[in-house]
Design a protein around this ligand. Structure first.
Ligand code: ADP
Ligand code: ZN
Length: 215
């Protein structure tokens, strides 16, 4: 049983580490951003509401996100634990998560805080490409696919997320600093946060995480 939260600015590499962590520890990967993107693709009411905020790089309102995240945590596969990626993003969301877990006699076991300098974030986010079929992520600078525009894993076509344009990226970083960074203090008080340097290589960082969580 392992309840994990990944914290860090957009572009810190949360998605990349998340994919490896959930594979190694056999826990579900819960990304609120992925849930919203799936709903946008399917044209649901939720997707329509979320899209307005996402395209501007703003946060989807707490009331909406909290309900969706807690519903997801209620599913059976989360009985063995979970890795939250992109949630909580505000103190209000963190409090709702804690209350939900406390009710079940559980808690957030570890918060992995990945910090990266702003200049690196900009470069990573505007260079990010995502596979439209399997969701694998690449970067034209640091982590390119073997063949340009094509997914190494499944051969799918790569695209740039609508919120990875330079303008929206700058706004997302600002939103992170003002609304999500306070969570570092919040978890510091709870005593379950670990700080990691997200600017080291992906492999190196994953090795650090395994060292921390155990084989
Ligand atoms: P990244 O971590 O790269 O910024 P995500 O895929 O986690 O991207 O999120 C994309 C967008 O989805 C966010 O910019 C925001 O608009 C919305 N979103 C995702 N999770 C949350 C959340 N917990 N609270 C509010 N908005 C969210
Ligand atoms: Zn793919």
């Amino acid at each position: 049983m392992m309840n994990l939260v990944l914290l860090g600015p957009p572009g810190a590499g949360k998605g990349t580490q998340a994919a490896r962590i959930v594979e190694k520890y056999a826990i579900p990967h819960i990304s609120t951003g992925d849930i919203f993107r799936k709903n946008i693709k399917e044209g649901t009411e939720l997707g329509k509401k979320a899209q307005e905020y996402m395209n501007k790089g703003e946060l989807v309102p707490d009331s909406l996100v909290i309900e969706i995240a807690l519903d997801r945590l209620n599913e059976d596969d989360c009985k063995v634990g979970f890795l939250l990626d992109g949630f909580p993003r505000t103190v209000e969301q963190a409090e709702a998560l804690d209350a939900y877990l406390a009710d079940k006699g559980q808690q957030v076991d570890k918060v992995l805080d990945m910090d990266v300098k702003k200049e690196i974030l900009m470069e990573r986010l505007t260079g990010r490409r995502v596979c439209k079929d399997c969701g694998a992520t690449y970067n034209v600078v640091g982590m390119p696919p073997k063949k340009e525009g094509v997914c190494d894993v499944c051969g799918g076509e790569l695209y740039q997320r609508a919120d990875d344009t330079a303008e929206t990226v700058a706004n997302r970083i600002e939103v992170y600093n003002s609304q999500t960074k306070p969570l570092i203090d919040y978890y510091e008080k709870a005593g379950n946060i670990v700080h990691m340097d997200g600017s080291i290589g992906y492999e190196e960082l994953f090795a650090e995480i395994v060292k921390l969580l155990g084989e």
